[in-house]
Design a protein around this ligand. Sequence first.
Ligand SMILES: *Cc1c(COP(=O)(O)O)cnc(C)c1O
Length: 354
Amino acid sequence: MNDAFEPVITLGETSKLQDIKLENLPFGKYFSDHMLEADYEDGVWKNVVIRPYQPVSFFPALSAIHYGQAIFEGIKAFKMADGGISIFRPHENLKRFNASAERMEMPAVPDALFIEGMRRLVRVDKDWVPSFPDHSLYIRPFMFATDQFLGVRPSETYKFMIILCPSGPFFMEPQRIYVEEHFVRAVAGGVGFAKAAGNYGAAMHATAQAKKKGFDQVLWTDPYEHKYVQEIGMMNVFFRIGEKVITPDLEAGTILGGVTRNSVIALLREWGVEVEERQVSMEEITEAYDSGQLREVFGSGTAASISFIRELSYKGKSMSFDPDAFETALALRTAMTEIKEGRVPDHHGWMLPV
Ligand SMILES: *Cc1c(COP(=O)(O)O)cnc(C)c1O
């Protein structure tokens, strides 16, 4: 590791593991014993430390809270079949993190801090990686503006942190999805492609309204005509129409390009399945449904891997699916799990040992 980013490590005296069993923990609720922290000041990252998980205190003028310069990532580490621990494609998350940072006028985080810091932290808390099937250690890197100043301008100081949550299995029930035609998530030229905190705050009202109507999530559509499909909640969306698999392309910058999405496309192409990345309209989806060609609808994301969709509600019409008959989605879910848990050879070089 680059010496400048070598963390100063302070270990806690006791471990919370004495009181927590790592089986069947709900997502995002329990945190490991340690966290990584670094500060950006005078144009450089410094003060890299790993210390016990604890509150961080700030004055009320903290710029991130007022103007939203805050970004994050979601990554998973797995206990491998050979007993080791590996992280799934973290360099892809680093690329996306720095793309988010650039769009939000925040500094880039170097490989030696993001990747090596994460490896070091996971090694410190290695006993927190659950070894049950479909379990993992969720890694949450994030960065936020720390100037204590109410002027609206990019902050000059930032904090980068990594925290860890043991989680899983994240078996989601097949989902009921409401196709959103009033609220919008992202526009061309906006921040849809970035994992920027504000995107999630801005999505909560629409999602809450859909939940009141009995749905699990919304499927976002384009902001101009509500015609083209974008993505679902925190997942990219795939449609199997006939023998082809279709997913919206990333050209407009309105969709968060998932690492899972990218992996799904790679696997499907290796299997000889034709994948089209292009605009998909709700009209096309409805027609494919009516003609019996729309066989599967599923979402992809780090948290749930592949999640099956059992209903799409569009303009008052309900399209329903039988997830038990989803061959492609099931094959993908199985293949992804086998790769992540090291039960098959890692041909792609997707797993980074810690
Ligand atoms: C994180 C996220 C995804 C999924 O990305 P992965 O890298 O596969 O986890 C999809 N959409 C949105 C809006 C997201 O925030």
